[in-house]
Every structure is written in structure tokens, then in C-alpha cells.
Design a protein. Structure first.
Length: 80
């Protein structure tokens, strides 16, 4: 609940049986003042979730977490 914290969740849940972004509402409730980040590989899923408003209040990163260049870009974009 620390207002200055930054939180990153990797995986929106695009390939799960439940809808993508199921945990997003929980993170907003638990950490209402945090800088929230969501990372996902599937850009199409991210676009749809964004259009549906599921990622409102979140900063979003797209790419492969197994790729070092992608991770470097995420660090740069998020400020670490």
C-alpha cells in the first residue's frame, strides 16, 4: 500500500480459461497509489483488453520476457 511503489505483473492471462486481466482489478484495489505495470507477449490480446478498458490505470509493456533486448526496453520505458 506504499504510494511510491512500482509493481509489474508479467502475463495478462491471454491464454488462460478466464478472461485476460482478471488480476488487474485486484492490483488496483490493493495498491491504489502505486505505479502499475502489466507486461504481455500477445499484442493483439493487449490491444483488445485496452479497448475494453481492462487496463485503465496501467502502463503496458508488450514483448517476449525471454528476450534480453525486450527486457532492456522495458527497463528503459518503466524507469527500472
Amino acid at each position: 500500500r506504499k504510494p511510491n511503489m512500482k509493481m509489474l505483473e508479467i502475463g495478462l492471462g491471454c491464454d488462460m480459461n478466464y478472461e485476460p486481466g482478471a488480476s488487474v482489478a485486484l492490483w488496483k484495489k490493493l495498491f491504489p497509489h502505486a505505479e502499475l505495470w502489466e507486461a504481455e507477449y500477445d499484442a493483439t490480446c493487449v490491444d483488445l483488453a485496452t479497448k475494453q478498458g481492462k487496463l485503465d490505470g496501467f502502463n503496458v509493456l508488450v514483448g517476449d520476457q525471454g528476450n534480453n533486448e525486450t527486457l532492456d526496453g522495458w527497463i528503459e520505458k518503466s524507469g527500472g
